[in-house]
Design a protein around this ligand. Structure first.
Ligand SMILES: Cc1cc2nc3c(=O)[nH]c(=O)nc-3n(C[C@H](O)[C@H](O)[C@H](O)COP(=O)(O)O)c2cc1C
Length: 201
């Protein structure tokens, strides 16, 4: 019998075999990508961090799903100094700047795209919109996720929906930066709960 890769994955999924085959998720037969921006340096209440809070969450999702991952790296890095970074972020927000990022990824082959970012002034950093506006999200599912100091998603799921009107925006999730940075087991359980709801684990 000639079993195609697609049929094999369907069979595997039906049998409840939850594993990644290549980068196609066996349970849902969907290709998953994580795109995120995260900053290192001086962070309010956390001191000098060498791995960004959102990066930690992105990596947990990747480990648990086998998804591909793309980090949005600014051409001009944001200041390490917290107060200086606030000045740049505030100026970018006021001017709706679209800062360029390094490299790119072809998202056409992906079905579900997790989009992660810190909350900056009640919004996603403008560079995240550079990415969103620069790609065709038509027909794709977007799962927004963020880390923050208390604001939660802060309506960024709605802003992303306006930016990507042809995508289906699934319910996002959030966690405090301090939890991502200092409480691995709590961060993992937030991610796991979300992935379970999405049927990805
Ligand atoms: C410029 C700037 C603005 C911020 N604005 C907010 C805010 O409006 N609300 C909030 O809850 N946290 C705010 N924060 C805190 C970050 O969202 C939080 O520390 C986040 O976890 C950082 O993630 P990262 O390490 O992935 O960059 C701000 C941080 C910075 C640097």
């Amino acid at each position: 019998m000639n079993i195609t890769r697609r049929n094999f994955l369907k069979l595997a999924g039906t049998a409840g075999l939850l594993f990644s085959f290549g980068k196609v998720h066996a349970a849902t037969n969907e290709k998953i990508l994580i795109v995120y921006y995260s900053r290192t340096g001086e962070e309010y209440g956390l001191g000098n961090i060498t791995k960004g809070n959102t990066a930690i969450v992105a990596e947990i999702i990747a480990t648990k799903t086998g998804a591909d991952i793309f980090e949005i790296k600014p051409v001009t890095p944001y200041p390490v100094d917290y107060e200086e970074c606030k000045k740049v972020a505030s100026r970018e927000k006021a001017t709706k700047a679209r800062p360029p990022f390094v490299g790119d990824i072809d998202i056409s082959g992906y079905d579900i795209i997790f989009v992660g970012y810190p909350i900056w002034y009640g919004d996603a950093p403008q560079i995240v919109y550079t990415f969103l506006e620069g790609h065709d999200f038509g027909g794709k599912k977007i799962v927004p996720f963020c880390t923050h100091g208390g604001s939660g998603l802060s309506s960024t799921d709605q802003t992303i929906s306006l930016t990507c009107p042809t995508a289906k925006i699934l319910q996002g999730f959030e966690l405090r930066g301090a939890v991502a940075q200092n409480n691995r087991s709590q961060a993992e359980s937030v991610v796991e709960e979300k992935l379970r709801r999405l049927g990805l684990i």
